[in-house]
Ligand binder design. Structure first.
Ligand code: DGY
Length: 334
């Protein structure tokens, strides 16, 4: 009897199983168990090797995976051959999964949109203000015992109110981020394939081409998914277009920026500052960036609040339940 048939048969006779590749909030397990599903979660925060991933998913009906798990053609083939029905990504971004191939092999792929929108937009603002007002430098200044009292020219930053804000990618998160600028009365520019009528009506935002946005903006925030088209979208040529006072914020994916070119642009003061939550080769970070004063770094935590991470866990679990119940999952990405 072929292995494929053996596993499919075995699954039909036992409780449905969901394998969660790495530690996520228990809310996922609670939701799955309350639906009569056997949930197995690894208690680790790093991805499995390819072989270990295969060994762990072969008895699962659905896999809840993280953005650090690479779900490529080989894993998809293995999953399909072993009766896995879907990969539910615990993230809104799904560049870690070969979605086109998953579609071809007829296996579901879901993500967690919506629940992290405002949280991620808030983090982009946190980075923007940290950069504009040099908060990390100021904190270090005090810890280093350098504060001697008020000084007229100490750690001067950049005003935000009334400046030009450039949004690259005006989807859910880019839109939420832009709307939060209302109190700062900014001139909002955006780049997107589509016209964003919410931003145009509420903020009088203007849709422009990328180069115009880069030339005119004081603050530039990236909210585009990582695709072959957006890889290294911001590179040396683009830094050459930016203002010397430009502050660049990235909460999308690291590879949208060429990190070496960014380090060079910051070092040579081609741009003023950067606030980064994501990196090209996480957890590795371009060495130059670690030695610069004009960058504020965070370890990919833009969606990291207790409420949001719980909601993401429940959403991923709901998608898994839909798949097990042979319904179209609510957050299917294709
Ligand atoms: C995502 O969801 O894609 C973020 O990068 C992590 O929440």
């Amino acid at each position: 009897m072929p292995i494929k048939y053996f596993f499919a048969e075995k699954k039909r006779k036992t409780m449905a199983k969901v394998f969660i590749t790495q530690k996520i909030p228990n809310a996922a397990i609670e939701y799955l168990q309350s639906h009569g599903i056997d949930a197995i979660m690894r208690n680790e925060v790093f991805p499995l090797s390819k072989n270990d991933l295969k060994n762990n998913i072969k008895n699962a009906d659905v896999v809840i995976c993280l953005l650090t798990d690479i779900i490529d053609q080989e894993i998809i083939d293995f999953a399909v051959d072993n009766g896995v029905k879907g990969f539910c990504n615990y993230a809104v971004g799904y560049n870690n999964i070969d979605v086109n191939y998953a579609k071809k092999r007829n296996i579901w792929v879901t993500n967690t949109p919506g629940v992290l929108t405002k949280t991620t937009a808030e983090m982009a603002w946190a980075l923007l203000f940290s950069a504009a007002r040099r908060i990390v430098e100021a904190h270090k200044f005090i810890l280093d015992g350098k504060f001697r009292g008020w000084e007229a020219t100490l750690l001067l930053g950049y005003d935000v109110s009334g400046k030009t804000l450039g949004i690259i990618g005006a989807g859910r998160i880019g839109t939420a981020f832009a709307l939060m600028s209302a109190g700062f009365e900014m001139n909002v520019l955006y780049v997107d394939e589509n016209t964003n009528s919410i931003l145009e009506e509420k903020l009088n935002a203007k849709k422009v081409d990328l180069d115009t946005l880069l030339k005119k903006s004081d603050f530039i925030s990236l909210h585009t998914p990582l695709t072959p088209e957006t890889k290294y979208l911001i590179n040396k040529d683009k830094f050459n277009l930016m203002k010397p006072n430009a502050i660049l914020i990235n909460t999308s994916r690291g590879t949208v920026i060429n990190e070496k070119d960014l380090a060079e642009a910051l070092k040579s003061k081609k741009i003023a500052y950067a606030g980064l939550d994501v990196f090209e080769n996480e957890p590795l970070i371009e060495k130059e960036l670690l030695n610069l004063g004009n960058v504020v770094l965070a370890p990919h935590i833009a969606s990291g609040t207790k409420e949001t991470r719980d909601n993401m866990a429940i959403m991923a679990a709901k998608n898994a339940v839909d798949i097990i119940q042979t319904k179209k999952p609510q957050n299917n990405v294709y």
